[in-house]
Design a binder for this molecule. Sequence first.
Ligand code: SF4
Length: 341
Amino acid sequence: MPCTRPTTLQPDEPYLDTAEINGIAWKSPSQAFINAGWNTIENIDALPMPAYDLAKWERYAPSAHRDLGRPFLPLITARGCPNSCSYCVVHGRYRLHSIEYIDKLLRASTEMYDAAIRNIIVWDDTFTVPEGRCNRLAELFFQYGAGYTINTSTWFWSREQARILKDSGCEVVFFGVESCDPDVLKNFGRRTTPREIEKAFRIARDCEILTVGSVMVGTPYDTRETIERNVNYLIENIQPDLAFFSHFAATPGSACYRECVIKGVVPPYRDWLSRTDSEFCLTPPPYTPSANRGLSKNEIDELVNWAYRRFYTQTRMEMLYELSKGRSFLKGAISRIERAI
Ligand code: SF4
């Protein structure tokens, strides 16, 4: 049965029973459960303000490449995504908070900290859409005097907008590159091309916004050659300041997952739930050799490690040291990279 109200804890409710929370799957010691789905909340301004005062903020830190200073505020200004990449489950109705709601939220968090927020981490997947609203939010962040970091798609990014964002305090843009292979991009329904990705990064660089690119390794359409080509293209043409390489997982609920199940490339989700070994549950099975054109789990692991080593060369690290001179937050990111490579 669909949920008839938002599953948010009301002030007079001490807790919600796991079985009553719609839209989740969970396990008791002996059994797996998938609860009923939920109804999309159309007016997200109707959601109560986050109870920031209940969080123990001193225990948290932003990701190193988003750490522009403290106090910081993780912020979601929209739900859903206007795109529909087939491996993703975020898309669906794209719903936006009003500027007034975000203003109220910023005021509430400033009061809670008793200090001006110095760093806003915007977690929206496509912050730059629609452009007019994005510009109004940029203006709002500027009024609060906060630096901020965003995520968006390379095809929702123009030179004019990048300048406006930079002038209002945007320091970092995170682009999901995912693949530089035209066929892989097309198969996933990504509305972009390698050239367009390249251009988006160039614009950000020209506007002195730090760029982060993420790449998926081992998709159902990948071969060893496409993975190696991707990484080389990223390094030679796209040239992000920082890069992440992640193992691909066919996420339950996505079109790609359904396709993989039909082809017998991954087991249905209920089968995953009935497994008890923790490694299997934590790393869902993108590793089936047939899912990756003959690449085994170990080979994909090695390719991910190779990608990191290939990207973070001595020369790139030197460029990062140079870049970090004017940006203290980058020092944290660099020391984490140094530990990892
Ligand atoms: S752009 Fe990102 S969030 Fe949006 S559908 Fe594609 S992968 Fe998902």
